[in-house]
Design a protein around this ligand. Structure first.
Ligand code: DAH
Length: 333
């Protein structure tokens, strides 16, 4: 066989062996066999080149170098294929970097409510929940709000189109968390010391400071000799715990059907006073409605707007931000 044919034969068998190598070890054996510098087929071929007639040498030498380069390239390419994990063959490359994802955070209002519960628990108040769908007994009647009272106007409440399955009476989305006072006292003999945090619903026109759904924290402490002074102390301790020692609390006389006397609660922090909710001494009629004896126990109650506090602390100027779920807003907390 002449040298050109030998070189051709070498290339053909080398490429076939490379393609057939099933793993890295097999490919390495092929490399030693066809490209090894000390012995093997390449060495044989070089020996043969030495015997080629001098005028043929440049042509044959060029051909030899081209073939050697092609075999080397084929070997390298096969090597990188064998190095890749098996999953890559199925279209999944596990060596690629993962898809980054953003961890979620608790909503600022949820954070605020968790903090409120913690503060109030230090003052001895247990956190309890109540239903958001209520009957008139708990939303109005037991709270000393009679049927003729304007707060019961259907236009000021979200009445549901379904009736209470048990009583057949109307149902509505609760307009205040004061409902939970009744539910707790119905089921627990005094003393009680609770807070209840949650959503309330009112058909308000939505703007920067109004929403038809917002959150309240209701507080109730009924025991022997609880006074209005205790109420003010608790509210002051609560507000200073949340905002700092430079908070002042003041009461303004007011009216709520379920408290006597009743007050509006204002808070001073930074610039100016702002109203944070209502409060008062639980009306004897309310205590009687749940079977408590107003001659033996007294109590205070309060209802605070949760959004207001959170907005004040974080300098949020529009209540609607809380409910839009814009992550650019939510991520800041
Ligand atoms: N429920 C009242 C409201 O939503 C707030 C309130 C006032 C709650 C006085 C109370 C209270 O517990 O004693 O406007």
């Amino acid at each position: 066989m002449d040298a050109v044919a030998e070189i051709g034969e070498y290339e053909r068998t080398a490429l076939a062996a490379i393609a057939a190598a099933a793993d890295a070890a097999g490919l390495e054996a092929v490399r030693v066999e066809f490209l090894g510098q000390k012995k093997g087929q390449l060495k044989e071929l070089q020996k043969l080149l030495g015997q080629v007639a001098p005028d043929q040498r440049p042509v044959i030498g060029k051909k030899f170098n081209e073939v050697k380069a092609r075999v080397t390239a084929a070997l390298e390419s096969r090597q990188s294929t064998l190095d890749r994990p098996a999953s890559a063959a199925a279209g999944i490359d596990v060596t690629l970097p993962g898809v980054p994802f953003q961890l979620g955070k608790r909503h600022p209002l949820s954070q605020t409510m968790a903090e409120f519960k913690l503060i109030m628990s230090r003052l001895g108040f247990d956190a309890v929940d109540g239903p958001e769908i209520e009957d008139e007994q708990h939303n109005f009647e037991a709270l000393n709000i009679p049927p003729i009272h304007p707060a019961r106007d259907p236009l000021d409440n979200f009445y549901l189109s379904v009736a209470d399955r048990r009583t057949g009476g109307p149902l509505l989305l609760r307009s205040q968390t004061s409902t939970v006072q009744i539910r707790v006292m119905e089921n627990t003999p005094p003393p009680v010391r609770i807070v209840s945090l949650g959503r309330v619903y009112r058909p308000d026109t939505i703007d920067a400071t109004h929403s038809c759904m917002f959150h309240q924290m209701e507080g109730l402490w009924v025991a022997e000799r609880v006074t209005l002074a205790d109420l003010k102390t608790v509210l002051r301790l609560f507000a200073t715990s949340y905002l700092g020692d430079d908070v002042a609390i003041r009461f303004r006389p007011s009216f709520f059907p379920f408290t006597e006397p009743s007050v509006e609660v204002d808070m001073h922090w930074g610039d100016g006073w702002m109203e944070i909710g209502g409060a008062g001494m639980v009306d004897p009629n309310v205590l009687r409605a749940v079977g408590y004896d107003p001659e033996c126990v007294t109590g205070f109650a309060f209802g605070l707007g949760i959004e207001r506090f959170c907005m004040r602390r974080h300098h949020i100027t529009d209540i609607r931000r809380f409910y839009e779920n814009d992550v650019r807003f939510l991520r800041q907390f």
